[in-house]
Ligand binder design. Structure first.
Ligand SMILES: [Zn+2]
Length: 234
């Protein structure tokens, strides 16, 4: 499909649609595909991982027209991105708020930098899918019915798919990041677990600790291939 010259990639080819609102009233935006949705790529569900939003935005801005098959959500947690927090405006880790069989009310302990102790507490929400951002993403997926979802995160430097399927293997091969079946600690209420329970392929694509140069050279081309090539992994 047609890509734009560099002079035009400062802006998008069109406008997104709102699929809901955040707690603070920010629109939750989706760029819809031209045809049936085979893949959804979302970034920024953890607001302190803004590099994922920047990389996916840059890949999307290469397109001169809607992706034939891929829906794009640049910021699944816009309030967190705006405030630089992992959680949403209520301090909920949205990636522990999905209505899975293993959802737990316990505080979510995390660290923001590898090597630090895992001692920063966030809420998993007052109940499963208590947060508007979680509810809206679930409704969007139920409506789009993608075959697979790629969830962008940082900075664990791995490609996580419990089935180690062809999409995950392709991303691992293209990025040089290791393919893993889990991230090494329990993640109750995570988006990936919820997707698995819905029969959806979910690949968690974790950037490494990165800078803008390596985002541009390592990840933007891979994301652009996902948006432009129909199932480049098959
Ligand atoms: Zn994350």
């Amino acid at each position: 499909m047609k890509l734009r010259p560099r002079s035009e990639i400062g802006s998008f080819f069109g406008a997104p649609e709102a699929y809901g609102s955040s707690l603070l009233g920010c629109p939750l935006e989706v760029w819809r595909p031209a045809g049936p949705c085979k893949l959804l790529v979302h970034a920024g569900i953890h607001g302190e991982e803004g590099e994922t939003t920047a990389a996916l935005s840059r890949a999307l801005r290469l397109l001169a027209e809607p992706s034939p098959h891929c829906a794009v959500v640049l910021a699944a947690n816009p309030d967190g991105l705006m405030r630089g927090t992992r959680g949403n405006a209520r301090g909920v880790d949205l990636n522990r708020n999905f209505p899975t069989r293993d959802w737990r009310p316990d505080l979510v302990m995390h660290r923001s930098v590898p090597g630090e102790p895992r001692d920063i507490a966030l809420s998993p929400g007052s109940g499963p899918a208590s947060e508007p951002e979680t509810q809206a993403l679930i409704r969007l997926i139920e409506e789009l019915e993608p075959e697979a979802v790629v969830a962008l995160h940082a900075p664990l430097a791995c490609i996580d798919d419990d089935e180690e399927g062809p999409l995950a293997r392709w991303i691992a091969q293209r990025t040089g990041l290791p393919l893993v079946a889990d991230v090494g600690y329990p993640t109750p209420g995570s988006f990936g677990t919820w997707g698995g329970e819905q029969g959806l392929t979910v690949v968690t694509y974790e950037f490494e600790m990165t800078d803008r140069d390596s985002v541009a050279t390592r990840h933007v081309p891979v994301l652009a291939e996902l948006l432009t090539g129909v199932e480049p992994w098959s």
